[in-house]
Design a protein around this ligand. Structure first.
Ligand SMILES: Cc1ncc(COP(=O)(O)O)c(C=O)c1O
Length: 394
């Protein structure tokens, strides 16, 4: 007897957790796997949490016991959004969430259900597919074009729209392809959202991280503001993946629903993490941290591209315009992506993530995270060079 609900039966799997566990049997394996900055949360953030905890007993309580801790963060978020998007959001449009993932989950659970179609640019962040599945809706895959450097096709998006389309999910910059939409692509996409009157679920977890290309956010277009749910995260921008805090911006009625869904699965984000996020946005060292991380990721991007260029028989790839991943096609192996990533762990002692969990276009690809010091990139590629040599692919 299957005791499980349809929601969790055959739940699509990103492969990230599986690969991290698979690799844990090799303590010397080098990880380009999970997309977490391999740098510690800055010390001043810990200190701010400790100082506030000593002073204010609310730090140990639900964050909505008295709203002051949440309200402080919302005021800082309003400032960040004013700088990033050129307008100041009303507090009732802001919700603090359990990471960006909490915002995405609550938005999807609130807005789509069985029979609804959700456009997913393929490949993107695998968790979106699982969340669509949990809501019992259907993903509609609109592929990025690999040949032109993983660019988006607005024409394909238009063809994918039907009467059942409820939502379009855009991750910009994209994980894993590093795609950053141009201003004209963003404007065309927004006009489709408005024409069909669907919701845009906008995942800007990597808002801060582009390489040369300036990000033009849909949030810059005022007409989108009642058709958008923006999800942002503190995880990548401040090296805070473990704190589990992010935020959503949407029209007040959506924000209210997102908050309700969140209450039913977590009550609230951890209050110490809200204090930490407030410190990240209010102390000048927060911006310095983001700039420093960006510098580090840029160096590592240069390093990984140089090393990949030396392995043209093993990988083909396009340099990313944003985020901190390379989405590489592997050559010379007729293996599914999961088997290839296992082979790389077993033989090269390098952890990567199979692309197949990120959408149909991810077959035959692997994702490498370079969110680390460039010395780790060189260590991983020394291993990959040796692997390629052994296989006559150097
Ligand atoms: C595109 C994207 N959105 C959201 C998240 C999750 O962020 P958080 O840690 O804030 O839940 C990630 C994490 O890898 C991501 O890549």
């Amino acid at each position: 007897m299957n005791r499980f609900t349809a929601r969790v039966t055959d739940l699509p799997n990103s492969g990230i957790g599986y690969m991290m566990r698979y690799a844990s049997k090799y303590p010397d394996a080098v990880s380009l796997g999970q997309g977490t900055p391999l740098f510690p949360t800055p010390q001043f953030i810990y200190e701010a949490v400790m100082a506030e905890a000593k002073r204010n007993p609310l730090v140990g309580m639900y964050s909505d016991t008295k709203a002051e801790i949440e309200d402080n963060l919302k005021a800082r978020i309003a400032k960040q959004m004013t700088e990033d998007y050129g307008f100041t959001p009303e507090p009732e449009r802001l919700g603090i969430t359990v990471g960006g993932v909490g915002a995405l989950f609550a938005a999807i659970m609130s807005l789509v259900e069985k029979g609804d179609e959700v456009v997913y640019f393929d490949p993107s962040y695998a968790l979106h597919i699982s969340q669509i599945h949990l809501a019992e809706a259907s993903p509609v895959f609109v592929p990025y074009d690999e040949a032109s450097g993983w660019s988006v096709s607005i024409e394909k998006l238009r063809k994918a729209m039907t009467k059942r389309t409820k939502m379009i999910i855009l991750t910009n910059p994209n994980n894993p392809t590093g795609t950053v939409l141009s201003e004209s692509e963003v404007r065309e996409l927004v006009s489709i959202v408005l024409e069909y009157d669907v919701m845009l679920l906008l995942d800007e977890a990597y808002y801060f991280l582009t390489y040369g290309k300036k990000l033009f956010s849909p949030m810059r277009i005022p007409e989108i503001r009642n058709n958008v749910i923006l999800c942002r995260s503190f995880s990548k921008e401040f090296a805070m993946t473990g704190w589990r805090v992010g935020y959503a911006y949407a029209a007040p009625e959506f924000t209210q629903k997102i908050q309700s869904v969140q209450i039913y699965f977590s009550v609230c984000p951890p209050t110490p993490s809200i204090v930490a996020a407030t410190a990240a946005l209010s102390d000048p060292r927060g911006k310095e941290t983001t700039e420093w991380l960006k510098q580090k990721f840029t160096e590592s991007k240069v390093a990984i591209c140089e090393r990949l260029d030396r392995l043209p028989k093993l990988f083909s790839y396009h340099p990313p315009d944003g985020a901190y991943y390379i989405f590489a096609k592997y050559l010379g192996f007729d293996l599914p992506a999961m088997d290839f990533t296992k082979l790389l762990v077993d033989e090269a002692k390098v952890v990567t993530i199979p692309g197949s969990g990120m959408g149909p276009s991810g077959a035959g690809h692997i994702r490498m995270s370079f969110a680390a010091d460039q010395s780790l990139i060189h260590e991983a590629f020394d291993h990959l060079d040796a692997f390629a040599k052994k296989r006559n692919l150097l």
